[in-house]
Design a protein around this ligand. Structure first.
Ligand code: ADP
Ligand code: MG
Length: 330
C-alpha cells in the first residue's frame, strides 16, 4: 500500500514547483495576506511556506496528511468546485509520502502553536506545543529522499529554483492583495518581494519590468453570454508595440494557474505581426467559468484544462482581448 501511495504521490508532485503551487493555494485558501517561500537547493533540500492564514485546529492535525483529507467539501457547491480543483485532499498527503514534512500552526483562538511531523501520510508523534505566530509554516525537507531515481533526474537546483520563482511570480500577479516573498535560504535579498494591497499591474511592474507594465492594455471584466457562464479580465501587450522584449503567459481559471493550449494559440493569433518580429507578448488573463462546466476528469497534476463550450468561450476571450487591442489603436 505504501508503494501505491508513493507512486500516486510522485504523480502529483513531479517536481518542487508542483509542491510549491499546492502549498501556495492552501495558504490562499486559508485567507493569508502574507506568504513567504524559503528554498534550499531548488526546493530539493527545503521548501518552506509561511503564511498568516487561519491556521489548522489541533484536532485536525492527526488526519491532516491522510489521502483525501480535506476541510473544503462542506457544501454541495464545494463538491461542484471539485471541477476546478481536481481531486481534493491529495497535496499534503502526497508531499508527506516523498519528503520529511513538518507543520507548525496556530489559530487565532489558540494560545500557543502546535508542531507536527508526518511520514507517509501519518502523524509521527503527538503534536507538541510550540511558540508560533498565527498562521501556518509548512516545511518539506529532502524532497524525493525515498525516490532516488526521481531525485537524480533533477540536474540543476537553479533550474528548479527558476521554476519555483515563476510559480510564485504568477500567483503574486494574480493575488496582489497578499504580500509575497520568495528567497533562497540564507540569502539576504529576496527574489520576489511585493507589498500587501498591491495591484496586478504594480506587481507586473515589480516582477517583470516597469516599461512592460506601463504599456499594458487592460481587458476589462467581460461577462460572456449567460449560457457560457464565464467571464474574463486581464492585462495584455499592445499588439502594435514596436518594442522587442520578452513576454509572459499567465492564465488563471477559477483562481488556479492552468494551461490551455487552445486559449494560448488563439490569443497568440492576435499577435502574429508582433511574434514575427521575434518579440513575444505579455498576456495575463483571469477567467471564471461556472465550476460545474470545467472538466471534472482533470487531475490537479494535469495542468491542461478543458471545459464545456470550449470553442465558444475561447472565441469570446479572443473577442474581448481583440476589442481591448482595437480600442487602444483606434
Ligand atoms: P485540499 O487543499 O484539497 O483540501 P490539501 O492536501 O492541500 O487538500 O490540504 C489538506 C487540508 O489541510 C486542507 O483542506 C486544509 O484544511 C488544511 N491546510 C493545508 N494547508 C493549510 C494552510 N496553509 N493553512 C490552513 N489549513 C491548511
Ligand atoms: Mg490544497
Amino acid at each position: 500500500e505504501d508503494v501505491v501511495n508513493r507512486i500516486a504521490a510522485a504523480e502529483i508532485i513531479h517536481r518542487p514547483a508542483n509542491a510549491v503551487k499546492e502549498l501556495l493555494e492552501n495558504a490562499l485558501d486559508a485567507g493569508a495576506t502574507s506568504i513567504r517561500v524559503n528554498v534550499k537547493e531548488g526546493g530539493l533540500k527545503l521548501l518552506q511556506i509561511t503564511d498568516n492564514g487561519h491556521g489548522i485546529n489541533r484536532a485536525d492535525l492527526p488526519l491532516l496528511c491522510e489521502r483525501y483529507a480535506t476541510s473544503k467539501l462542506q457544501k454541495f457547491e464545494d463538491l461542484q468546485s471539485l471541477a476546478t480543483y481536481g481531486f481534493r485532499g491529495e497535496a499534503l498527503a502526497s508531499i508527506s509520502y516523498c519528503s520529511h514534512l513538518e507543520v507548525i500552526t496556530k489559530t487565532h483562538a489558540d494560545s500557543c502553536g502546535w508542531k507536527a511531523q508526518y511520514d507517509s501520510g501519518a502523524l509521527k508523534d503527538d503534536p507538541r506545543p510550540t511558540a508560533a505566530n498565527d498562521g501556518t509554516v509548512i516545511s518539506a525537507e529532502d524532497l524525493f529522499y525515498n525516490m532516488p531515481l526521481r531525485k537524480r533526474a533533477f540536474r540543476s537546483a537553479s533550474d528548479e529554483y527558476t521554476r519555483i520563482l515563476d510559480v510564485v511570480t504568477k500567483y503574486a500577479v494574480h493575488n496582489p492583495q497578499a504580500s509575497w516573498v520568495c528567497k533562497k535560504a540564507g540569502s539576504a535579498l529576496p527574489d520576489v518581494s511585493t507589498s500587501v494591497d498591491s495591484t496586478a499591474r504594480a506587481n507586473i511592474a515589480l516582477l517583470y519590468t516597469p516599461s512592460l507594465a506601463a504599456e499594458l492594455l487592460e481587458v476589462p471584466l467581460t461577462h460572456f453570454a449567460p449560457k457560457l457562464g464565464a467571464s474574463c479580465h486581464g492585462w495584455v501587450s499592445n499588439a502594435n508595440s514596436n518594442w522587442a522584449r520578452n513576454g509572459g503567459w499567465i492564465l488563471f481559471i477559477n483562481n488556479r494557474l492552468v494551461e490551455s493550449t487552445k486559449i494560448k494559440k488563439a490569443i497568440h493569433g492576435l499577435y502574429t505581426a508582433f511574434l514575427a518580429k521575434g518579440a513575444s507578448p505579455f498576456v495575463y488573463l483571469s477567467l471564471h467559468i461556472d465550476p460545474a462546466k470545467v472538466d471534472v476528469n482533470v487531475h490537479p497534476t494535469k495542468s491542461e484544462v478543458h471545459f464545456l463550450h470550449e470553442d465558444e468561450i475561447v472565441d469570446a476571450v479572443v473577442a474581448a482581448v481583440d476589442k481591448a487591442l482595437a480600442g487602444a489603436n483606434a
